[in-house]
Design a protein around this ligand. Structure first.
Ligand code: GH3
Ligand code: MG
Ligand code: MG
Ligand code: MG
Length: 308
């Protein structure tokens, strides 16, 4: 289940878990469906491509994958599973034929966490699925505690530090630019002073949600950088793309019209500084420093604007 749907005191309720069954034989899908559909939501696909289509609209908690799927289709599917994720992993259990050691090897090589043999024993299937769902659920909870900001529900600084580093290496290696946006709420101290800290917290949550919904690509992410500052990471994005996203964020926050009588803009607004890895790589400054510097320029120029 997606991290955003887990609440802090989520109990171990697996009944809403989604299981994606990928098999080219409808009869095999039917067998698995009959065993699992009473307890879980079962989705089905009869090819790798169809499974990738299903993944566009659904985030399954576990995948049961027929080992006979061709290598290429299997790799593409596994790649897609990894990219589709915010955090954590979707466990893949392979379905293999009994007494076929090479199929066991294919399972581990394919990134499987476990396998189950055909003909399928209903009790074994149910128990395997339950164990792996439980493990996944607990891992998700732990990841959430470690990497999600408690107030706003977006990623925290720890997540940013780890992932920025990875993204930086990837960007430089592939000469594929990554953009950084530093976002700071304008006159927020005055907002707290005038409306109370509780209203301030509510506004912070709304701003975080608006930023998150302005990010349209699956690999884009937002983190709470500190108090009322957010940082957005946009992989495969140059400075022009970054400016488009930044403007979209700035406008959506202004258009929300959260009244702020102490601001000359009358509503809660943000200032944004943008930079990219490849543009700042030859200079002495890190793109985060650059974005921060442009953020400062945006503030100086009157706030509620984007600078790069
Ligand atoms: P500027 O336009 O220059 O950014 O002014 P500002 O008042 O936003 O900036 P400053 O850095 O002076 O103040 C940031 C304020 O953000 C301080 C604090 O009142 C508020 N803030 C930081 N974290 C939180 C939080 O978690 N909740 C609430 N309600 N307010 C916070
Ligand atoms: Mg098959
Ligand atoms: Mg600030
Ligand atoms: Mg501020």
């Amino acid at each position: 289940m997606p991290l955003s749907q887990l609440n802090d005191n989520a109990e171990l309720d697996l009944s809403q878990s989604k299981i994606l069954v990928v098999d080219d034989q409808p009869i095999n899908i039917q067998t698995i469906y009959n065993i699992l559909s009473e307890e879980y939501v079962v989705l089905a696909a009869t090819s790798g491509e169809e499974a990738i289509e299903v993944l566009k609209d659904n985030l399954p908690d576990l995948i049961l994958l027929d080992v006979f799927l061709p290598n290429k289709a299997r790799n593409e599917l596994c790649q897609c599973v990894k990219q589709r994720l915010e955090l954590g992993n979707i466990p893949i259990i392979f379905v293999i034929s009994m007494h076929q050691p090479e199929e066991e090897d294919a399972c581990w090589q394919g990134g499987g966490i476990d396998f189950i043999t055909k003909p399928i024993s209903p009790l074994t299937l149910k128990n395997r699925v339950k164990s792996h769902l439980t493990l996944k659920f607990q891992t998700d909870m732990l990841q959430k505690l470690v990497f999600i900001d408690g107030l706003t529900g977006v990623f925290n600084r720890r997540y940013f530090d780890i992932h920025l580093n990875k993204q930086e290496n990837k960007s430089i290696r592939c000469r594929n630019d990554t953009a950084i946006l530093m976002i700071d709420i304008d006159y927020f101290k005055l907002f707290n002073d005038h409306y109370s800290h509780i209203k301030g917290d509510e506004a912070l949550k709304t701003v975080a949600e608006l930023i998150r919904s302005a990010l349209l690509r699956p690999l884009d992410f937002v983190c709470r950088y500190g108090g009322e500052e957010f940082v957005v990471v946009l992989p495969d994005t140059n400075i022009f793309g970054a400016l488009k996203v930044a403007e979209r964020i700035r406008k959506s926050i202004y258009n929300k019209k959260i009244v702020h009588v102490c601001s000359p803009h009358h509503f809660v607004t943000v200032s944004i500084g943008a930079s990219t890895f490849l543009e700042s790589i030859d200079e002495k400054h890190h793109p985060v420093e650059e974005a921060d510097r442009y953020l400062y320029e945006a503030k100086k120029a009157g706030r509620n604007q984007v600078y790069c």
